[in-house]
Structure formats: C-alpha cells, structure tokens
Write a protein that binds this ligand. Sequence first.
Ligand code: FMN
Length: 214
Amino acid sequence: MKTIIINGSPKAAHGNTEVFITQFLKGMTNQSEVAYVAKTDRHQLARYIRSFDTVLFVMPLYIHAMPGIVMKLIECMESATGPGKSMGFLVQSGFMESAQSQYLERYLRAITKDLNYTYLGTVIRGGSAGISMMPESMNKKLFKQLNQLGACFECNGTFDRDIVKALGSVQSLSKGRCFLFEALGKVGLSDAIFWNGMLKNNKAFERRFDRPFV
Ligand SMILES: Cc1cc2nc3c(=O)[nH]c(=O)nc-3n(C[C@H](O)[C@H](O)[C@H](O)COP(=O)(O)O)c2cc1C
C-alpha cells in the first residue's frame, strides 16, 4: 500500500496539523511521504497523488469547513480509473465538540465517492487549537492515541474504530458543562486567559474587537 499524507493546513509545517501528522507517523515503521498543499502547485500535486493507492488528508477545520486550499486541490483531482484506490481524512479543530466537523465529514464522504475512491473514514479531534504551544506532557494521551492510530493504519490500511471513537468522544457539550464554562468565563477562568496572553504578546489585545471588513 503506497500512501501519501497531505497536510492541508495553510500554516504548512508550522501548525497543529503538522503535530498530528508527526505523531501519526511516529507509530509507523515505514514512513509515508508527506506533501504540503500550502507549498505545492495544486495541479502538480493532484497529478502526483494519482501514483498513490491511499491518500490521507490531515487538515484543520476552518469556519466549519475545510481550508480553501484543500478544496481547490480536491477540485483539481481526477476520478480514480480502477479499483484499489482509497482516501481517508483527519480533521482537527479548535472547539472541543466533534459535532463542529459533521458537515465537513458529510462532504468528504460524498466527494470520495464521486472521485471513485474507497472512503476510509474521517477521524475527528476537537480541542486542538493549543496543542503546538502546550508542553508535551499535556498532550501525552493524544500523542499516544495518534501513535496507535498510525500503527494500526500501517498494519490494516484503515483507521482503528476504538481510537477514532475515543478521539471524537466529546460530541457536543452537555447543558451542565455549558453552564460551568459560562460561569468560569464570568469569573475570568476561561481559556481567554491564554488567548488574551497571546494577543498581548503580539500587541493586538487592544484591537481584538476590530472589524476590518465592516
Ligand atoms: C480562520 C480560522 C477558522 C477556524 N474555524 C474553526 C471552526 O469553525 N471550528 C473550530 O472548532 N475551530 C476553528 N478554528 C480553529 C482551528 O481549527 C484550530 O486552531 C486548528 O488546530 C488549526 O490548525 P493549524 O494550526 O494546522 O492551522 C479556526 C481557525 C482559523 C485560523
């Protein structure tokens, strides 16, 4: 099975998507090739993809959808002409609910079928906005899951169901949890502490409510 992993982040190797790919590959004995949509001509990449049996897209969720550069690449892809071609996806996002990615998942399933590829599924992981900035100890559980996901993928050519289920386990927030987060936010104990710190470090805090396109 010849596999190519496509990093669909506009940040290429400098975002959270890259962390997901690195940890996924760590579980494999034979490394798969990685290509960056943000750094490659999309027509060239779409042609190159045709020489692989399996295409694995790893991307962030942007506004409940895939990044535009991924969509443009997919639009350049041609349908598979024979059997044995498969496509899978890993979508990671900022908000913790995996339900955020459900619309995209539906599209990915449909487009895979349209392109005459076998659909391997979509792995969804929310709550990932800070992972490239967090110490490794805080990502221990996630990294272990991704290592195992990569190892199983190399062995079976599919995603392990249990790991997929565990990664996307926070489907939506219960009323109780929403209430708790709201209360914590009111007393200043939300993740705004972290994001505000980042805004201040980048001298953008005072401009956080700017609406440049209005
Ligand atoms: C323009 C933009 C739009 C985003 N939209 C969403 C969204 O709709 N839902 C969500 O859960 N996270 C959203 N996020 C958060 C990203 O999915 C998250 O930070 C991800 O880890 C970024 O991966 P990257 O560093 O590889 O780009 C958005 C981030 C950006 C920059």
